[in-house]
Design a protein around this ligand. Sequence first.
Ligand code: GAF
Length: 396
Amino acid sequence: MTPVLHLTAADRAVRAFVAAYGHRPTHLVRSPGRVNLIGEHTDYNDGLCLPMAIDRELCIALRGDDDQTAGDPCVRLVSEREPLPAVVPLPPPAPDTPPGGRAAGWARYVEGVAVAVETVGRQVGWHGALASDIPPGAGLSSSAALELAVAVAATSLAGAVPPLVTLATLAQRAENAWVGAATGLLDQLACAGGVAGHALRVDCRTREVTPVPLPAGIAVVVLDTGTRRQVVTSAYAQRRAECERAARAFGVPALRELTRLPDRAAGVVDPVALRRAAFVIAENARVDAVAEAFARGDAAEAGRLLLAGHRGLRDEFEVSGPELDAAVAAAAAAPGCFGARMTGGGFAGCAVALVERDRLAAFTEAFTPAYSARTGRSPVLHVCSAVAGTSITVLG
Ligand code: GAF
């Protein structure tokens, strides 16, 4: 039998670089995806989240252009998943360029980061090749990983070392102002700030990221339902508007300011916005409760909180979907599972389960047929470790 050769994303990026440009790269950027354990749709309410950066990564092998004075400087990036390269002239287009004048598809992310980075310093030309093990559109932040990778490449080659919050904010600006998705800062802070073996308590009001050790004996399992939906085309913007409507009605700048619904809340806001606000307030509290349960090693309580979070996302915030509900139900019934919930923006993509590490095989054996029986789909399971955030190394 022919042996199957599994190359890492880093290996594939270096190979693709050599194939595309005929010489060796000088640098490698590694940028992880993320899974959010609890604290969903709280980031744009200035709230709390508990993500971790995962060992599914996007890599860019790159090299600064040798003659920075020759021709028209640009960023040029080829990708193993895309037929056409992303090419961004330097200096990049002005921030007020109308959408019709911006690059299409994946190149728009690369261009958006170049536009954002140019607001903090001049960039130099570089060329690179990208390879990724983060499934696109699955809710594991493949876009944020790309944004952070380009931001780290561009700033490092220009000789700058911005703090991680600055990098995350530049990446978020690309997503909000250039791509047009009104997302919060969760994904970018999680990808940039990852710490091996730790979840991250992210306070989106102060932008403080506090590592929280993951208890030994718990495996974090991402359950990919096989369904996909883009944030930009989903009801994400509508949920955000509903939360902002509730905050305005309650007279606070953001729902984070509330630890319970105000008295007579139903009299000042419509029932939909009231349900959204009730969810966000409870979800912020669950973030600290899960972090505390982790600190005590109380996996059972953490699992119960995840299940409660899923019910809130399904019934109050209304961002789940049939396959996500089926995955959570099948996981909760499988041996060794402490709890599960949908993760990310919602409607489709992935759920996440906390599973007793010693019972992973029994969990998988029970989960896969149970999910398939409910949906007719084959799930893909990723047992994930928490890893460090986006980094750049010089290649020898
Ligand atoms: C998406 C967004 F990009 C994040 O900012 C966050 O709002 C998340 O959905 C929901 O928690 O991933």
